[in-house]
Write a protein that binds this ligand. Structure first.
Ligand code: MN
Length: 251
């Protein structure tokens, strides 16, 4: 099945550095996509998010030779990224200072995808004009929403929305969500940092996607900046398209 891609990352209008990182590796059998949003003081967040995407990317490239990544390989690459961030922190001039990152990635192959996730970046599936969040936010507010104590539409403006309950670089015990989903023709997978979901509602994101896939990531980043651009914003997307044979079969 042919895949199309769209990706964009921007510092926004308020921050001085972009501490988000992303990865987009089209392969022979499928594609690997990842986003990470760094946490920490001067340069620490940037270092952490780059270590995270670089480490999972390395796993993909090595495994790409031997075959597609599986659940175990993905989990292992998250643990390795976590260890490398803890090591970088211990070697930094300010080891007491926080250095962490979110990490959300997805391996797409044929009609299935395998996702791994830590933190409050998100993976969405856009299908038939509807956006579905496939990951859970590992944040204080995310937990309150799941317990029904905060309404989904109020989460964006909640004062504790930035407090994470799970991230890479916080400790040696890391718990990772791994999920598998079926995909259909026309589906779009969207990975983003909270710079997008903090600026735009899911309905606003859906409206941009309904206008088509061309330059959709750039258009979403522009919309987030128009809404204030208060945070770094990163969007990476893949669209599952029909091959010529499948298009004929559909007629
Ligand atoms: Mn952010």
């Amino acid at each position: 099945m042919p895949l199309r891609f769209s990706a964009a990352s921007d510092t926004g209008l308020v921050r001085s550095r972009n501490e988000d990182s992303f990865l987009l590796i089209p392969g022979r059998a499928g594609a690997f996509l990842a986003v990470a949003d760094g946490i920490g003081g001067y340069k620490a967040g940037e270092v952490a998010s780059r270590i995270a995407t670089r480490t999972v990317g390395r796993m993909f490239r090595e495994e790409g030779q031997a075959g597609p990544p599986d659940r175990q390989r993905l989990l292992q690459s998250f643990q390795t990224a976590n260890q490398e961030i803890l090591r970088a922190r211990s070697r930094s001039p300010n080891p007491d200072e926080e250095m962490g990152t979110t990490l959300t990635c997805v391996w797409v192959e044929g009609r299935r995808c395998l996702a791994a996730h830590v933190g409050d970046s998100r993976l969405y599936r856009f299908r038939h004009g509807r956006l579905d969040q496939l990951t859970e936010d590992h944040s204080v507010v995310g937990e309150l929403v799941r317990k029904g104590k905060v309404r989904r539409e109020d989460a964006m403006s909640h004062p504790q929305r930035h407090l994470l309950t799970n991230a890479l670089g916080l400790g040696s015990l890391l718990s990772v969500d791994v999920t598998e989903e079926d995909l259909g023709l026309g589906d779009v997978l969207l990975l983003c940092t909270d710079g997008l979901t903090g600026a735009l509602t899911e309905e606003e994101i859906s409206q941009v996607l309904r206008d088509g896939f061309d330059r959709a990531a750039e258009r979403l980043v522009a919309e987030a900046n128009r809404a204030g651009g208060g945070d770094n914003v990163t969007v990476v997307m893949v669209a599952i398209e029909a091959s010529d044979i499948e298009k004929v079969a559909d007629v």
